[in-house]
Design a protein around this ligand. Structure first.
Ligand SMILES: Cc1cc2nc3c(=O)[nH]c(=O)nc-3n(C[C@H](O)[C@H](O)[C@H](O)COP(=O)(O)OP(=O)(O)OC[C@H]3O[C@@H](n4cnc5c(N)ncnc54)[C@H](O)[C@@H]3O)c2cc1C
Length: 341
């Protein structure tokens, strides 16, 4: 197969995985990112980044779980930083009905009680007496994973250009006939009529005295939150889900909800240092499933919503297969009529 020359626009998790997949197949890749190398990935910087195909099925169509299991396998094969400790879902005794509901809506878990809670997360024992354990789920530390993909791209000989915003229309970024893959996240909404933004706020805490080794989701009827250990004493507490594309600073209301619920998971967070309060905008289509839209050599990959880390390797592989074979038979391809502007 001949080597293709391809431009990828956007170095969030979607664009980085896309560029990486193409570069490791031997194609000549240029990746162009608007921001500096210290802060690429408008939404991707703020993600958990849980690789949780089963838990996500609570609020996503079955396709997300099915592709997510494949995404998890591809992450494990590519990145040594995947933390394979499963995830834990807990609720207070008062909210036990939430646990029953979550168990009904998801697969891949087993119920646990006090003894196993103590074995898995000793510091939660005595606070939570029941939970669901998803042993096959995993997580990564997002900023380390983004940096890994950048370094892999450079090692593979790709051209990586930061601080290089591509003006509209982005498909003019390459010579005529060469493919351009638009992975601009919510920044690419101008190309897609039905993309919306879903604001997600998060807090990063430094809590060297808190020992949690896997993501913990606390079910709550109003403030469901999760805590993800990012390593080196850092914990990400997330995330709000607000149907707005506001990229402004975290509000007091959201900070109170996130911090209050983190404290409910583990009182040790009271002594934590607040390292960062951040907000990202998740790009989402009406069905909350990502989409690959084609128009000749223009390819738009967007709408990763809550699943960008989980599904990025699958999106990347699907687009790379298409470029090499010309075959576009996959549920991720946009249906006819979903034109790119
Ligand atoms: C709080 C929060 C928690 C989340 N948790 C998880 C999780 O646990 N697991 C999971 O799988 N997903 C999670 N997500 C979802 C995930 O983060 C997103 O789906 C994903 O980041 C989308 O990635 P993206 O690359 O498509 O977009 P982005 O990350 O937004 O990246 C787009 C990039 O394109 C660049 N760009 C834009 N315009 C231009 C231009 N003209 N020229 C060049 N570059 C341009 C931007 O600067 C940016 O770097 C979470 C999201 C949030 C906000």
């Amino acid at each position: 197969m001949s080597t293709l020359t391809i431009t990828v626009v956007g170095a969030g998790i979607t664009g980085l995985w896309q560029a990486y997949e193409l570069a490791r197949r031997g194609h000549a890749v240029t990746l162009r990112e608007a921001t500096s190398e210290s802060a690429p990935g408008a939404a991707s910087r703020f993600a958990g980044a849980m690789l949780a195909p089963y838990c996500e099925a609570e609020a996503a169509p079955p396709l997300v779980q099915q592709l997510g299991l494949e995404g998890l396998r591809l992450w494990r094969a590519a990145y040594p930083g995947v933390v394979q400790k499963g995830s834990l879902v807990v609720a207070t005794s008062r909210d036990r009905a939430e646990l029953v509901r979550f168990a009904r809506m998801t697969e891949g878990h087993r119920p646990i009680e006090s003894a196993e809670m103590e074995a898995l997360e000793p510091e939660l024992a005595g606070r939570f007496f029941r939970g669901l354990y998803f042993p096959d789920e995993a997580h990564v530390s997002p900023r380390a994973a983004l940096a890994f993909l950048v370094s892999e791209l450079k090692r593979l000989g790709a051209e990586v250009r930061f601080s290089d915003p591509v003006p509209e229309p982005v498909w003019q970024a390459a010579a005529a006939g060469e493919p351009v893959i638009d992975c601009r996240g919510y920044g690419g909404r101008g190309a897609l009529g039905d993309l919306r933004g879903v604001r997600g706020e998060m807090v990063v805490l430094r809590a060297p005295d808190v020992q949690l080794s896997r993501p913990v989701r606390l079910l709550h009827p109003r403030f469901p939150i999760y805590v993800v250990p990012w390593g080196e004493g850092l914990f990400m507490v997330g995330a709000t889900m607000i149907e707005r594309d506001d990229m402004g600073a975290v509000t007091v209301r959201s900070a109170l909800e996130l911090l209050g619920t983190a404290f409910a998971v583990h009182p040790g967070f009271a002594e934590a240092e607040i390292v960062e309060l951040g907000a990202g905008v998740r790009p989402a289509f009406p069905d909350n499933v990502p989409r690959i839209a084609l128009s000749g050599r223009r390819i738009v990959v967007n709408g990763a919503y809550r699943h960008g880390y989980l599904l990025a390797p699958v999106l990347a592989r699907t687009v790379a297969d298409y470029l090499e074979t010309g075959i576009a038979h996959h549920p991720l391809f946009a249906p006819a009529g979903k034109e790119i502007r």
